[in-house]
Design a protein around this ligand. Sequence first.
Ligand code: MF3
Ligand code: CO
Length: 249
Amino acid sequence: MIVLKSQREIDAMKKAGEILAACHKEIAKLIQPGITTWEIDQFVEKFLSEHHATPEQKGYKGYEYATCASINDEICHGFPRKTPLNEGDIVTIDMVVNFNGALADSAWSYAVGKVSEETGHLLKVTKEALYKGIEQAVIGNRIGDIGHAIQTYVESEGLSVVRDFIGHGIGAVIHEKPDVPHYGLPGKGPRIKEGMVFTIEPMVNIGMHYTKMDNNGWTARTVDGTYSAQYEHTIAITKDGPLIITDQE
Ligand code: MF3
Ligand code: CO
């Protein structure tokens, strides 16, 4: 069942999203060679508590950290750790913020110092793919239109879209209906309605789209070792079009 949100619920999620967006903007300033994802995770804990918010991922299905921190060939659900980031790395920081019971979810990939041209292209295309998906998130379209726009664009740039992890409805809990794949056919899937709130979060690989799971049971990485990037926003469907709950502008 897809739960439609009231204006009041969307307003509450927007407040959580504003805190999350502000947190990402601070993380952007911290990212440089030598910093660890452990320190970033600590920073997020402090930032959220100062803003009277809590990290919803911590304790979710036994996950132990405020953030997911996925480095280079890690696609998602990397653990924050004490290994310093190096020049040329990329790192995706993903978090869900709870403010007064309302949730918002956003992941962002960051370049560590100067990255290769190939890696820069990956970041640019992945971010653009997110916005191409958001453009399709309008009343009357179908969920499949979002994935189709993302996949068509990403593949036209010679990159691949991860299939094994998808976007999701979000509300009282992190994962609700609908499923939001970042690939697929136009005109397929549920009709998009006013009041839906869901994430769009394409994970894009330089090489093949296949994933494999680390022994920790959480972290997914590319099978071929190529780098993977991700940008994620939480989106509310309104009469005036998609409202980006986690907008950093
Ligand atoms: N933020 C993730 C998403 O975009 C959810 C991570 S679940 C966790 O769907 F347990 F790993 F935190
Ligand atoms: Co997320």
